[in-house]
Design a binder for this molecule. Structure first.
Ligand code: BV8
Length: 251
């Protein structure tokens, strides 16, 4: 018997073959990465949604690069946390496991996750607006102004800004994984940003048992089957223990 998880969840978590997870900024919070809408989510009193857009970038590329360079610095100084590592174990355990992330901080990959669908891009990558040449890890501190490509074009972070399309392959595979999953976890996300925020409901509408792991209620809390209130870096390792998740080489 567990005081955190229902018997239904534990039984399903032991037997499921198709599991999908959606993560948001909350999963990186325990690594020390500020969330978007948390108390420390506003940077220099500016709402990230005012910075994370092509319009904001074209209006003031230096300011937007300064924000991303600050975030790159934060991410380079932190480590993945037990929540990230628990998801790596889940990926090894389940026959069909899909990790869908809205996070751009690369921490899932650094923790060892392999099958990751990055819906909103990755701040370790940048590309030229003009010739689309990709660059790994540009640091704007090397440039008094926004970095330029050798073709003269402006270089931007490889992230999906508000008003921009998500990468078609990733969102298609994510929706497919949500629809086919028997068990779907929504972890550390307000589920307010679309279309990512609709994936838990898409899973639910296609028969998945949907579990939210979050210290606070969200817009989907009343719709999912089970809400586990707590920090993902604490809850996920407890879930692993509760279902005696050991490395399962026989996929
Ligand atoms: C699109 C990358 C359409 C950048 C991000 C007007 C015009 C155009 C579009 C729209 C519009 N109005 C609305 C929209 C749709 C818009 C949208 O959803 N807006 C919202 C605000 C309503 N979406 C878009 O614009 C998307 N594109 O719709 O394109 C289109 C169609 C055709 C043609 C052209 C265009 C693009 C959305 C992607 C935006 N980019 N990030 C960057 O990061 O710099 S979004 C950003 O929010 C991050 O990716 C973040 O992950 C994501 C979601 O936030 P959360 O992850 O949930 O984080 P948050 O801080 O909100 O919450 C943290 C949660 O964790 C909380 O619940 C907290 O309780 C919990 N928590 C805290 N600590 C812990 C914890 N949980 C567990 N453990 C802990 N320890």
């Amino acid at each position: 018997m567990s005081d955190l998880f229902s018997e239904k969840l534990l039984t399903l978590a032991r037997q499921a073959r198709r599991v999908a997870v959606l993560t948001g900024a909350g999963v990186s919070a325990e690594s020390g990465v500020p969330t978007f809408r948390g108390e420390n989510g506003i940077w220099r009193k500016m709402d990230p949604q005012e910075l994370a857009s092509l319009t904001a970038f074209m209006r003031n590329p230096e300011l937007v690069w300064e924000w991303y360079n600050y975030r790159k610095k934060v991410v380079n100084e932190v480590q993945p946390n037990p929540g990230h590592f628990a998801l790596v174990m889940m990926e090894k355990y389940y026959a069909n496991f899909t990790l869908i992330t809205q996070n751009v901080d690369d921490l899932h990959r650094r923790a060892g996750s392999e099958n990751i669908l990055e819906l909103h891009g990755n701040i370790t990558r940048s590309y030229c607006l003009n010739c689309k040449t990709y660059y790994s890890d540009i640091k704007v501190t090397e440039f008094p102004q926004a970095p330029r490509c050798q073709c003269g074009g402006l270089i931007r972070p490889d992230v999906v800004w508000f008003g921009e399309m998500l990468p078609q392959r990733e969102i298609k595979l994510a929706a497919e994984a949500a629809r086919k999953s028997e068990l779907f976890f929504s972890i550390g996300t307000t589920a307010e940003v679309q279309p990512a925020g609709s994936l838990p409901i898409e899973a639910l509408e296609n028969g998945a048992y949907v579990v939210e792991i979050n210290p606070d209620p969200t817009v989907i809390s009343d719709h999912v089957h089970e809400c586990v209130r707590g920090k993902s870096g604490v809850i996920l390792p407890k879930l692993i223990d509760a279902i005696q998740l050991e490395r399962n080489d026989l996929k």
